[in-house]
Design a protein around this ligand. Structure first.
Ligand SMILES: Cc1cc2nc3c(=O)[nH]c(=O)nc-3n(C[C@H](O)[C@H](O)[C@H](O)COP(=O)(O)OP(=O)(O)OC[C@H]3O[C@@H](n4cnc5c(N)ncnc54)[C@H](O)[C@@H]3O)c2cc1C
Length: 357
């Protein structure tokens, strides 16, 4: 039933859930009596107010406008306990809505090529100019998304020098890292970022020389790409502290030269030096897919109160259910859909058993 969101749970005098009230498109109410109710409204990634309440200023809007926490709030109002509410589904990095607009205006569809850099271990710093992660782990997208989320304004800057841009323009990104070589002659198809991927296409892309400098130059006035002939000038244009930034670059380059990264113990052979001007920085924010929690449940997927007692007739599945995750998403794709399918199925089975009692 479309355009008819559930707004209220109906409960009897004993607290048993006996139905829902929904609001129809014309504003009138629809009452649905039921022996059991399963809530699965997908978290609150589309609710700015709730996001701010749970995450303070450290939040980016989820990519799920229709999931506004209705089911979570209904379950709470029926006596369910709050659990795991401040768990976000960070995965990879992206641009803010305003930046998307500015980038499309400046460079058209090619703006998305600016995300190509994110797949490689280039230097990352936060708004304070601090290096804040082992750059070789950035393709653990959930981990890195959560790392970016923890930085001021959920922001990171990725730093490139002219040397690496020239190298990629001449030899392709494969000269930095060969991500797909093992699939040569063994074509594979897989889903990532909800997109179909073809390893033959990825091999071709990584092996094709590309000059990113014109794209970076065209995006200089978007608030996403910054340039400096020196590191100090770059920091100034980024609006960050030049002293801390140059110290971070120094520590990073020294780690590469000495083979010893005292800060993050990274595999320094994989890090990409930042030495030759002009320098560029590209700004990204954490990509928040949605939220993953809110209502305490038990092993039967029943909503439970603060004492762990089940609320009769109420089940909460998928992203509305709390406790499946820690503070962030798991580092394998399919984790949340897997839980949504499984908890939904279990909720259905247990609701039928409850109704047949
Ligand atoms: C861009 C993107 C990519 C993702 N990629 C992956 C991935 O690769 N692997 C993975 O495991 N997970 C992925 N996820 C997460 C996954 O999609 C969710 O965790 C999962 O869909 C949650 O399932 P759910 O049934 O709890 O909620 P949803 O699938 O969000 O469904 C909730 C439904 O409830 C509806 N609803 C909301 N309020 C009401 C109301 N008051 N009354 C009635 N209906 C209501 C919503 O409109 C929605 O249709 C991705 C999410 C996004 C946004």
């Amino acid at each position: 039933m479309f355009s008819t969101p559930a707004t209220e749970l109906i409960t009897d005098a004993s607290g048993k859930v006996t139905g829902v009230i929904a609001t129809k498109e014309d504003g009138s109410k629809l009452k649905v009596n039921a022996k059991a109710v399963i809530i699965a409204t997908g978290g609150f990634g589309g609710n700015q107010e709730m996001l701010k309440e749970q995450f303070g200023d450290k939040y980016t809007i989820g990519e799920v406008a229709s999931c506004t926490g209705d089911g979570i709030k209904m379950a709470w109002s029926a006596g369910a306990a709050e659990y795991g509410t401040a768990t976000a589904h960070y995965f990879w990095e992206t641009f803010t809505g305003e930046e998307f607009g500015a980038l499309i205006g400046a460079v058209g569809d090619d703006f998305f090529s600016l995300t190509d850099f994110t797949f490689y271990p280039h230097l990352r710093v936060n708004k304070l100019g601090q290096r804040y992660c082992d750059e070789t782990t950035v393709t653990d997208f959930a981990t890195h998304g959560a790392q970016v989320h923890m930085q001021p304004n959920q922001t990171e800057y990725l730093v490139l020098d002219a040397g690496i841009l020239e190298q990629i323009a001449e030899k392709g990104y494969v000269s930095v890292e060969d991500h797909f070589g093992t699939f040569k002659g063994n074509r594979n198809f897989y889903m990532e970022f909800n997109e179909p991927n073809d390893t033959d296409e990825l091999i071709e892309k990584e092996n094709t020389p590309k000059d990113y400098a014109p794209l970076l130059e065209s995006a200089l006035n978007t608030g996403v790409v910054f340039k400096g002939n020196t590191l100090e000038e770059l920091a100034q244009n980024m609006g960050i502290d030049g002293g801390t930034f140059t110290e971070s670059v120094e520590q990073y380059n020294t780690a590469i030269k000495s083979g010893k990264d005292d800060m993050f113990y990274s595999d320094t052979n994989r890090l990409v030096p930042v030495q030759k001007g002009p320098f560029y920085a590209v700004k990204y924010v954490a990509r928040n897919l949605s939220t993953l929690g809110g209502v305490a449940i038990n092993e039967k997927i029943e909503a439970v109160d603060g004492n762990g007692a089940a609320i009769p007739g109420l089940y909460v599945a998928g992203a509305d259910a709390g406790g499946m995750y820690g503070k962030s998403y798991v580092n394998f794709e399919g984790g949340t859909l897997g839980f949504a399918y499984t908890s939904g199925r279990l909720a259905g089975q247990n609701a039928i058993a409850y109704m047949n009692k």
